[in-house]
Design a protein around this ligand. Structure first.
Ligand code: NAD
Length: 423
């Protein structure tokens, strides 16, 4: 047990993460003394973010930045704007970043931030004020060599631009490397926006081949049609897979013949989500989990695949685009039912990988072409998913446990070699 006084160990995404660490611990020979390092964040900052609203009133929002582990390098992880954000969630997301950067072998630790807010309820000016005040409150712990934020649910390249500008104002010079996922003309990287979805596709393609599941004609269900879910869906559709159902915060749409993604894209330009799309029928949010499918891509929020949903799922393959979508008990059900899960810490690592490329480009002020980015991304992701696959065969464990073994070994070896100050 982590014995932390400030967050519950028994519920929420942090409990899911702790259970995953319990499951990997027996495999970490020789590093047992250091496992507790993973059960607590190095640093957790909670900030008050007051802003003047457009009507002149003052509102206070709760903001967080958690640096879970910095043993292998600066913290790396997104910033989430969502009404459900709390310390428990941000801690879990930061911890999954620690594991993820290690699985892909990037020279980073893990961090995450967020504000408890519904960004859709704010005007663009209020959103900018919120972002700038939050940045100023966390600016003493972020920086290109300390901790580098990026977009997550509810944030985007514009928000990253404001963070970069606010941080730079405090430093007296432009510091592009303080965030990734920026607009390209502000030091962002080509290929970053599509990178996470691309990584979901690449890892999915590799594993589908190993379990002999042809993508041509495969029926796919996608939960979340934002940055990650939409890009993954386009790439699978390009491989002749059929997207039969999509769910987002506006509802669930279903078409057994396949949803026309080009038409859906046009619909999304004028609507807030998939709800109201004419080319599909509406089904209930719970029916989504019963649809006949070969591949499920959860790409929305955590804690979605419960035991009950896992019991009725018809998919053969689950590709975790979202962070933490599966409860540990549901994971057991999926294993018993022979359903292969490509875990979040490798499946959605494409985004942080291109964020790493962006940071490297910012540091050297030399920028690569999109072909170069995609080539390097594909190579790294294929290498990482194959390493995870081989570890899973060698240890006779799930892909999740195998990914955690690879990641935790790298993190704890670094911790051990650095030693515990002051010794
Ligand atoms: P996004 O804000 O672009 O999209 C989120 C999607 O989830 C939207 O379609 C939204 O409608 C949907 N959604 C929200 N609440 C929902 C609900 N209750 N039920 C169903 N759908 C709901 O966010 P994103 O960047 O695509 O991130 C999605 C997931 O992928 C998150 O778990 C995030 O942490 C993870 N992720 C994102 C990145 C990245 O680079 N953006 C990288 C790694 C992991």
């Amino acid at each position: 047990m982590s014995n932390l006084s400030y967050v519950s160990q028994n519920e929420g995404p942090w409990a899911t993460y702790l259970e995953q660490i319990e499951r990997v611990a027996p495999y970490l020979d020789g590093l047992q003394d250091y496992v507790d390092t993973l059960k607590r964040p190095k640093r957790a900052l909670i900030v008050d973010v007051p802003i003047v609203m457009d009507d002149g009133t003052i509102r206070h929002f709760e903001g967080y930045r958690v640096q879970h582990n910095l043993s292998r390098g600066p913290g790396k992880g997104g910033i989430r704007y969502h009404p459900d954000v709390d310390l428990n969630e941000v801690m879990a997301l930061s911890a999954w970043m620690t594991i993820k950067t290690a699985v892909v072998n990037l020279p980073f630790g893990g961090a995450k931030g967020g504000i408890r807010v519904d960004p859709r309820q704010l005007s663009p000016r209020e959103l900018e004020r919120l972002t700038r005040r939050y940045t100023s409150e966390i600016s003493h712990i972020i920086g290109p060599q300390k901790d580098i934020p990026a977009p997550d649910v509810g944030t985007n390249p514009n928000v990253m631009g404001w963070i970069m500008d606010t941080y730079s104002s405090g430093q007296g010079h432009t510091v592009t490397g303080v965030v990734t996922g920026k607009p390209v003309h502000l030091g962002g990287s080509l290929g970053r926006i599509k990178a996470t979805g691309r990584g979901v596709f690449i890892t999915g393609q590799q594993v589908a081949e190993k379990i002999k599941l042809p993508l041509d004609g495969a029926k796919i269900a996608v939960q979340g049609f934002g940055n990650v879910g939409s890009e993954a869906a386009y790439l699978f559709a390009d491989s002749k897979s059929i997207i039969v159902t999509i769910q987002d915060h506006t509802g669930t749409i279903f078409n057994p013949e396949g949803i026309d993604l080009a038409a859906l894209k046009t619909h999304m330009e004028t609507h807030q989500g998939v709800g109201g799309f004419a080319g599909a029928q509406v089904i209930s949010d719970e029916e989504f989990w019963n649809v006949e499918m070969d591949i499920l891509i959860p790409a929305a929020l955590e804690s979605q695949i419960t035991v009950e949903r896992a019991q009725k799922l018809t998919a053969k393959l689950v590709l975790e685009g979202a962070n933490g979508p599966t409860f540990p008990e549901a994971d057991d059900v999926l294993v018993q039912r022979g359903i292969t899960v490509v875990p979040d810490v490798i499946c959605n690592a494409g985004g942080v990988t291109v964020s790493y490329f962006e940071w490297v480009q910012d540091m050297s002020s030399y920028f690569w072409s999109e072909e170069e980015i995609n080539e390097r991304l594909d190579k790294l992701m294929i290498q990482a998913i194959n390493d995870v696959w081989h570890k899973s065969s060698e240890k006779e464990c799930t892909l999740r446990t195998a990914a955690f073994i690879l990641g935790c070994e790298r993190i704890l070896k670094a911790r051990k070699e650095r030693g515990i100050f002051p010794g």
